[in-house]
Design a protein around this ligand. Sequence first.
Ligand code: ATP
Length: 373
Amino acid sequence: MANVRLEDIKRRFNNVTAIEDITFEIPDGEFWVLVGPSGCGKSTILRTIAGLESATSGKLFIGDRLVNNIPARQRDVAMVFQNYALYPHMSVAENIAFGLQMRKVDRKIIQERVMNVARSLSLDHLLDRKPKQLSGGQQQRVALGRAIAREPQVFLLDEPLSNLDAQLRDDTRAELKQLHQELGITTIYVTHDQVEAMTLADKIVVLNRGRIQQIGDPQTIYASPANQMVASFLGNPPMNILPAIYENNGFDVSGQLLEIPADVKEKLHLRQGHSFDLGIRPEHIKINTDAEGAERPATANRTQNSGLLSVEVKLVEPLGRETLIRAGLPGSAVVLNIQVGGDVRPRPGDRLSLQLDLNQLFVFDPKTGDKIL
Ligand code: ATP
């Protein structure tokens, strides 16, 4: 096993800079996930670590070894791709054994390892089958098995679940996590699926346009995103973004005044009349039933009506345990996602008063996406 260290890695393709300023160190045995929108450079980083691409500049270490000039097959890493890339004419057992045979490992040891790997991936009853006689999930497990059997120092996984259907993806994701807990091999995993990132990662690296936006554990990244891109990327439904203008008493949001408490005002004191993007997650909005004397929002140090917005319900999606509501601000195109308990079922056309949890409000610079608050 080994740690993996990237120092100021850059990769250009002709005049396109695919990645730059890429610096991080993955401690031995951790599971790191690289996420970001299409084209942000995830695969380029992974392929550079694998040795399938070479860095234009910067240093790459696996363990203590500088590997920039070491060919892929000597880096002691195993990569699993989204399209499995199994040998169609070989059986499952032969596919799993392939890397070991290439390295002339003793036959008895190969047999033993193939059996162990097959057992841990529930493939032991399929060892004689050819890939085309397997389901997608089984094929992907064989691809994983082939990588595991080699006992590499580092696992590199490039969207390994993206060809599987939803149920199988969930199951295989859980298996992968379990496998990592058992084997403890340093793993770098590329995905654009934020659920995979949140559930699998010790640390998430969020990328955009070839640069690192934030590195942190999933909970920190979710609760304290570094900027608007990170805030919008992680979370489903995503964080609501409301364009607003700051005025004396609060934010003008599409003609409604969102009153805010004094401590927030203080921090924004010099920014009167400026535009901002407000960010609030769907689970941090409640339906304000105060008018009927029912639920009273906890606003000990807040003014009575701070954080209130009125909206019109557009769409209601009951999901059992919870209900997702899409609601529009009257007279504007802004639509909010609201996540409430499954027993709450407003109807399209209903007018609602919303209570935003102002302790959970983010304020972003609309031009740069930088977090202001
Ligand atoms: P996706 O999620 O769509 O796979 P990604 O985040 O993995 O995207 P990369 O494949 O790493 O992104 O690509 C990063 C950038 O580098 C993109 O702009 C891409 O077009 C460019 N790029 C990647 N490989 C090459 C290449 N061989 N030649 C030219 N440009 C390339």
